[in-house]
Design a binder for this molecule. Structure first.
Ligand SMILES: Nc1ncnc2c1ncn2[C@@H]1O[C@H](COP(=O)(O)OP(=O)(O)OP(=O)(O)O)[C@@H](O)[C@H]1O
Ligand SMILES: [Mg+2]
Length: 333
């Protein structure tokens, strides 16, 4: 089975329908993300609606990714697809599409873990880190630190015990009446606010490399309640800036501990929270070399899935038919 030629990657784990064409050398030739804005009015993703939209969009998005790269299916060397974790109904659409393409074209298929994808988002050409390095992945559903030993071999050093960092942004934004998705809205609301106005906890007394954001969430809830509706609205920028700073500093505290514990001197970021401007700025002062993906590769996309696939085993199309989606993150974590 020949695998020569670029990787056509498909990602449908949540509410973004994504396809990308990635070269073997890590060049991203195209990356198309079709976001299903329909969920915003519900304040979160509705799984059944997401799956139905993926069905409508996936072929168009794949065609678009090929067209933008000036390529056709004849050029593709192998197919990569997100197998999990995510919404099973949504994942199944991508998996079925990938299996069909692989079977019809006699191409190999690579099953990729979504979190491995977030972690691999910094591995694009031209200047990726070679392992070993420390990776922080902070997304909507997960937050963990990993010692990347080889491209597809990680040792997870710490992870969140409750909410993910992105989830904390989303819940904090809701408490401040900012809407969904919360991360970018809260970042915007924090502009001009004082990050030191409210002393929110960073779970700093918790030792080790695990994260916890539940206490922070409760602290914001009580602060907003005590201030009352009018005063909370008047001080929204300060509340948002202080809440954002607490999340960023909780992340950085564990990163610093992990760098010290491992002796590693290079760090990568990944996941939607890596799009946060304050986090991106603050990692620059850690005194180690840092790679942060461009903002469009932080949130869900298929280019990161293609990048991760370069270092993973290729299944023959016949074997790939048995692949099943998985909902939870235990494969990597
Ligand atoms: N600028 C930002 N600042 C802070 N958080 C952000 C920003 N942009 C996006 N986010 C957060 O990132 C999350 C989305 O990231 P991502 O797409 O990686 O998560 P997901 O795919 O839903 O979850 P997972 O990858 O864990 O399955 C949301 O929680 C969102 O609020
Ligand atoms: Mg994600």
């Amino acid at each position: 089975m020949s695998c020569e030629g670029p990787i056509l990657a498909i990602e449908t784990s949540c509410d973004d329908t994504c396809a990308a064409l990635v070269g073997e050398d890590g060049t991203i030739r195209s990356s198309v993300v079709s976001s299903q804005g329909v969920h915003d009015r519900f304040g979160g993703v509705v799984p059944e609606i997401a799956a139905r939209h993926h069905v409508e969009l996936v072929n168009l998005v794949v065609d678009d990714a090929l067209a933008r790269a000036g390529a056709s299916l004849d050029d593709v060397g192998r197919i990569a697809v997100t197998q999990g974790p995510g919404l099973v109904g949504a994942l199944l659409v991508g998996l079925a599409t990938a299996k069909s393409l692989a079977a019809a074209r006699g191409l190999g298929l690579v099953a990729v873990d979504h979190l491995h994808g977030h972690l691999a988002a910094t591995s694009a050409a031209p200047d990726p880190f070679e392992p070993p390095f420390l990776a922080l992945v902070a997304s909507g559903g997960h937050t963990f630190l990993a010692h990347v030993v080889e491209h597809a071999r990680y040792e997870v050093l710490g992870q969140t015990l409750d909410d993910a960092a992105g989830e904390a942004f989303d819940k904090g934004a809701r408490m401040l009446g900012l809407g969904y998705p919360g991360g970018p809205l809260l970042q915007h609301a924090a502009l001009g606010g004082d990050g030191a106005a409210f002393a929110f906890p960073r779970a700093e007394r918790m030792r080790g490399l695990d994260f916890s954001f539940a206490g922070l969430k409760t602290a914001l809830l009580y602060t907003v309640r005590d201030l009352g509706e009018q005063e909370s609205a008047r001080r929204r920028a300060d509340l948002a800036a202080s809440f954002q700073r607490a999340i960023v500093e909780a992340l950085l505290l564990r990163v610093e501990r992990a760098l010290e514990a491992t002796g590693l001197d290079r760090l990568t970021l990944g996941g939607g929270v890596a799009a946060n401007a304050e986090l991106r700025e603050r990692v620059g002062s850690l005194g180690v070399s840092v790679r942060v993906p461009p903002v469009e590769l932080c949130t869900d996309n298929a280019a990161m899935i293609g990048l991760a696939a370069r270092h993973l085993p290729v299944l023959a199309a016949a074997d790939a038919l048995a692949l099943e989606a998985y909902a939870t993150g235990e494969h990597l974590l």
